[in-house]
Design a protein around this ligand. Sequence first.
Ligand code: B12
Length: 162
Amino acid sequence: MSTSFRCLVSTVESDSHIWNLVYLQKLLEENGATVRNLGSCTPVDLVVRAVRESRPELLVVSSVNGHGHHGARVLLSALHENGLQVPCVVGGKLTTTESDNDRVRRDLLAHGYTDVFLGEDAIPRFRDFLTSGRSEGFARWQADAAVVPPWDATVSAAAGVH
Ligand code: B12
């Protein structure tokens, strides 16, 4: 893979915050990306069309309004339903409670996200991801296993999930 790459930045339909997207665009450009930023309240259909047309090497989804968990699931499902496979990461503040972060990360990894960047170390971990992706390819990234917090482990065991 070349050291520069094509990247799409989007959020989810409900989210009108903009500066998170601008921040990520600048960070990605500093790391060699040519970025197409689809802006706030991104309709799912627009993202699907943009992925089909631009064939990005990476899709970065950011949401901070607290509804991103649902929106991120809907978005990736729509890409898959349209037969589109692209390395795709998501981050920000995806629910309204920090204590949800491990559960949300686990769910979105299982749903097909390449990685999920939440909490205080989101940006340093994302930088590591970009460095690795530029040299090895983003699809080869192995996300750290999601932590199962004790309160979820009880629920998983009761449901027979291992
Ligand atoms: C400005 C702002 C607004 C403006 C947005 C203007 C605009 N067009 O951008 C307005 C007034 C419109 C607004 C509205 C709302 N807001 Co607001 N808003 C903020 C505020 C004050 C700053 C956000 C910002 O610009 N930050 C600067 C950017 C650069 O930082 P950031 O967004 O935090 O992103 C960082 C990280 O999260 C991370 N990150 C983000 N995405 C990703 C993705 C990846 C891949 C990675 C690696 C990292 C990453 O990187 C960034 C840099 O560190 C925050 C509070 C705060 N101080 O953060 C609340 C905040 C985001 N808003 C909040 C809420 C609840 C709302 C509303 C729902 C309020 C309401 N009841 O109407 C609405 C939602 C509107 C909508 N439909 O989305 C909450 C979200 C709560 C949550 N998620 O738990 C916050 C956190 C305030 C709070 N403490 O409660 N908001």
